[in-house]
Design a binder for this molecule. Structure first.
Ligand SMILES: Cc1cc2nc3c(=O)[nH]c(=O)nc-3n(C[C@H](O)[C@H](O)[C@H](O)COP(=O)(O)OP(=O)(O)OC[C@H]3O[C@@H](n4cnc5c(N)ncnc54)[C@H](O)[C@@H]3O)c2cc1C
Length: 425
């Protein structure tokens, strides 16, 4: 029986690493977050010899709101991990609460008629990513604690990755490399596709709290004066714990000279909606900050011998800040394009370019719509008006509820007639 990593001695793990450096893999996936674990698992399920690399050792934390949407749930089922998620600590999410700058609160329930399955859930990333990574590990070779520092490029073709493990240099080779190493990784940077544009980057921070009052089974997005044009969130976790955070577009922050952490405390301590709810709450973690590369920027996500997925491909929803769903989806699409490249035994950019088209056919409209919504939120009167209307109109609440229950229903938001209906509601 193959020993699990945790049961292996450091010497045995080092031997594996040396053996892997002498292996020609089919695919190397760099980064074991949701996007990388998704790509590695789909490729391995199709019998490809995959090496999944990450600088962290799992379980590891990832700065996030921990909200997992219906889009993610669909792929989690295909990856065969949904039962594992049900076994770990998480909160079943059954709707969303919005509030407007003038303090109108709208609660939207989302319950499936024919099943008890929640439309989404909230699960700390330390737990969630570990489930995905351990599942990938059942299917493919992995190295944790490998710090990639460069791509191996020969005759213009990416053919591998170099880096360090246990302080020693190693290189690994494959026919194709999937860059799933996020915005802080090396792949997007090395191939010139990194999103460094302040108009297309959101800065966000989060902390865990214990004892926030008035939480339910709904995630909460609050468009408060203090954080416009971004939002303040409270995502409930089990046992009265909550993921609390705030995010804003980097260029807006710079213009308004915003100190995000200060603003978060102002909302918690002074805003009438939240002051009573946080009166007895305790912060139980550090405040952690990270950047979100949003999908209003579209880099070239393919090239000779490589594809980019998830945050490395700048796929985060510009309005909601949700990136796990598109990370998982891009992992799946990338794997299908790589499988086609194997059929042709051709990993050139001409063949891999199909990924750009397939990816944006799937997520492009949604990203465009979200970018428009993100711009609308810059106008306080509009966000006040929309939330007022949602408060009054069952049609709007049903539309949002439907979109939470089934991601397919989100397509109505890409249709201009829907907004006319909202205006007339
Ligand atoms: C504050 C905040 C709140 C958010 N809230 C939500 C939310 O509620 N819901 C949601 O869906 N999305 C949310 N997001 C976005 C979400 O966190 C990302 O979109 C998601 O993590 C992308 O997954 P990924 O696999 O592409 O990248 P990551 O999760 O970042 O994984 C990248 C992996 O690559 C590894 N890596 C990086 N560099 C190297 C290297 N040099 N060598 C080896 N390994 C490397 C890292 O260790 C990491 O494990 C939020 C983001 C932030 C910052």
């Amino acid at each position: 029986m193959v020993k699990k990593d945790k049961q292996k001695t450091p010497e045995e793990l080092s031997k594996d690493v040396t053996a892997f450096s002498n292996t020609d893999f089919d695919v190397i996936v760099l980064g074991g977050g949701p996007s990388g674990s998704s790509a590695a698992t789909f490729l391995s399920m199709a019998k490809k010899n995959v090496l999944l690399l990450d600088r962290a050792r799992f379980p590891r934390d990832k700065t996030c709101g921990d909200g997992i949407s219906g889009k993610s749930v669909k792929i989690l089922k295909e990856l065969g991990v949904i039962d594992d998620i049900h076994k770990v600590e998480h909160l079943k999410m059954h709707g969303v609460t919005f509030s407007s700058p003038k303090g109108v609160v709208v609660e939207i329930s989302a319950k499936k008629k024919d099943s008890n399955e929640p439309p989404g859930f909230v699960c700390a990333r330390e737990v969630f990513d570990n489930v995905l990574f351990q599942n990938a590990k059942k299917h493919c070779n992995t190295i944790e604690g490998f710090f990639a520092n460069d791509l191996i490029i020969e005759n213009g073709q990416v053919v591998g990755v170099t880096g360090t493990y246990d302080g020693k240099p190693y290189s690994f080779r494959a026919k194709c490399v999937v860059g799933a190493d996020g915005i802080g990784g090396i792949t997007a940077r090395k191939v010139g596709a990194i999103n460094t544009y302040n108009d297309h980057l959101v800065s966000a921070l989060r902390a865990y709290y214990d004892g926030v009052e008035g939480m339910s089974d709904k995630i909460e997005l609050h468009f408060v004066n203090e954080s416009l044009p971004g939002y303040f969130w409270i995502f409930p976790l089990p046992n009265k714990k909550a993921n609390v955070g705030i995010g804003m577009i980097v260029s807006d922050m710079a213009k308004k000279k915003i100190n995000l952490e200060k603003v978060m405390y102002e909302v918690i301590e002074k805003n009438n909606l939240f002051k009573p709810r946080f009166a007895n709450a305790k912060k139980i973690s550090d405040v952690k900050r990270w950047q979100l590369p949003v999908g209003s920027y579209r880099p070239k996500v393919y090239g000779n011998g490589y594809l980019l997925v998830g945050d490395a491909a700048s796929l985060i929803d510009p309005f909601t800040g949700e990136g796990i769903g598109n990370g998982l989806v891009s992992g799946k699409i990338a794997s299908s394009i790589i499988l086609k490249a194997f059929e042709k035994n051709d990993f050139s950019e001409a063949t891999l370019s199909e990924y750009q088209t397939a990816l944006y056919d799937e997520v492009g409209n949604e990203l465009d719509t979200s970018y428009k919504l993100q711009k609308l939120v810059k106008y306080k009167f509009l966000i006040n008006m929309i939330i007022d209307k949602a408060n009054r109109s069952q049609t709007i609440r049903d539309a949002i509820s439907g979109a939470l229950i089934d991601p397919e229903n989100q397509k109505q938001f890409h249709n201009p007639w829907f907004y006319l209906k909202v205006l007339l509601a």
